[in-house]
Design a protein around this ligand. Structure first.
Ligand code: ADE
Ligand code: ZN
Length: 319
């Protein structure tokens, strides 16, 4: 039995497996620029975050209908359940779809159709986190928030993702304030490729309650002390960090040092269809390669529930 855990950092578009991408593309009459799944998989050789994002956004072209998004989310939930996931807080990137003419309503309706059955079918409670693409203008994020108003009962939080370098959190001050005023919770990717200063901005300017990645906090001892003191969760994605070359190899990953420092870290898959494993596989990999023993693995699982949006009663039921 895999360890019961919550997954707090997974992009639903990053769960699109090659087989499903080709099936949906064929159904929708879309041509993908790869001869087949083998050639596509061979292209998963990334040099950095941007090289991955180029391919990831390209593949979203396969997704068009409510059914497509429902199938995508259903496939993720089935895989996650096998890996011990009891609760999932799932990112989606509306602008990746609205920019190519697929409405936000189509995306949310499709995802919600799968999420609505998730507890009964898979034993997984869920939340949706709507991410803004930080390499697009803040005005586009504001328009997306406006667009989302009819669906806010489906959305728990806002996030910030896509190409980080040169796109500081402070650019999104206004949209995060507006999201907070609408009752949404707030998280942001920071310190994946960007500097520790972006983590500080996400906390101080956007007022986020959780940092996605946060890897580069380790360069800044004062920031680490603050994150430890305030128990700010970091949703770390070790397999992603290796595949996007934030670290050289998994053996070099600072996860053990982060735990040793007293940080509230969780382990997550990020984009499991692209990075070689779902969250249970990631737990296995850090056990085998980083030598984390059973107590450390239980701590990671405990952290995942503590860092989640679940209240105490929901947390007890999920564990
Ligand atoms: N979108 C999907 N995966 C991402 C990642 N690892 N960083 C930033 N944006 C993303
Ligand atoms: Zn991510």
């Amino acid at each position: 039995m895999p360890l019961p855990k919550a997954e707090l950092h997974v992009h639903i578009e990053g769960t699109l497996e090659p087989e499903l991408a080709f099936a949906l593309a064929s159904r929708n009459g879309v041509r993908l620029p790869y001869a087949g799944t083998e050639e596509l998989r061979r292209a998963y050789d990334f040099s950095d975050l941007q090289s991955f994002l180029d391919l990831y956004y390209g593949l979203t072209n396969a997704l068009h209908t409510v059914d497509d998004f429902a199938e995508l989310a259903e496939a993720y939930l089935a895989r996650a359940a096998e890996q011990g996931v009891r609760h999932a807080e799932i990112f989606f990137d509306p602008q990746a779809h609205t920019a190519r003419g697929v409405s936000l309503g189509t995306v949310v309706e499709g995802l919600a159709r799968a999420l609505d059955h998730s507890e009964e079918r898979h034993g997984i409670s869920t939340r949706l986190i709507m991410c803004f693409l930080r390499d697009l203008p803040a005005a586009s994020a504001l328009a997306t928030l406006e667009d989302a108003k009819p669906y806010l009962h489906r959305i728990s939080a806002v996030g910030l993702d896509s190409a980080e370098a040169g796109h500081p959190p402070s650019d999104f001050r206004e949209v995060y304030a507006a999201a907070e005023a609408l009752g949404l919770r707030k998280v942001a990717h920071a310190g994946e490729e960007g500097p520790p200063a972006y983590i500080r901005e996400a906390l101080d300017v956007l007022g986020v309650e959780r940092i996605d990645h946060g890897l580069r906090a380790m360069e800044d001892p004062e920031l680490v002390a603050r994150l430890v003191r305030d128990r700010v969760p970091l949703t770390v994605c070790p397999l992603s960090n290796v595949r996007l070359r934030a670290v050289d190899t998994l053996a070099d990953h600072p996860l053990p040092a982060m735990m040793e420092a007293g940080l509230l870290v969780t382990v997550n898959s990020d984009d499991p269809a692209y990075f070689g494993g779902y969250v249970g596989d990631t737990f296995d990999a850090v056990r085998d390669t980083l030598g984390l023993g059973p107590e450390r693995l239980r701590e990671l699982a405990r952290n995942s529930f503590e860092a989640s949006f679940l209240d105490d009663d929901e947390e007890r039921r999920a564990r």
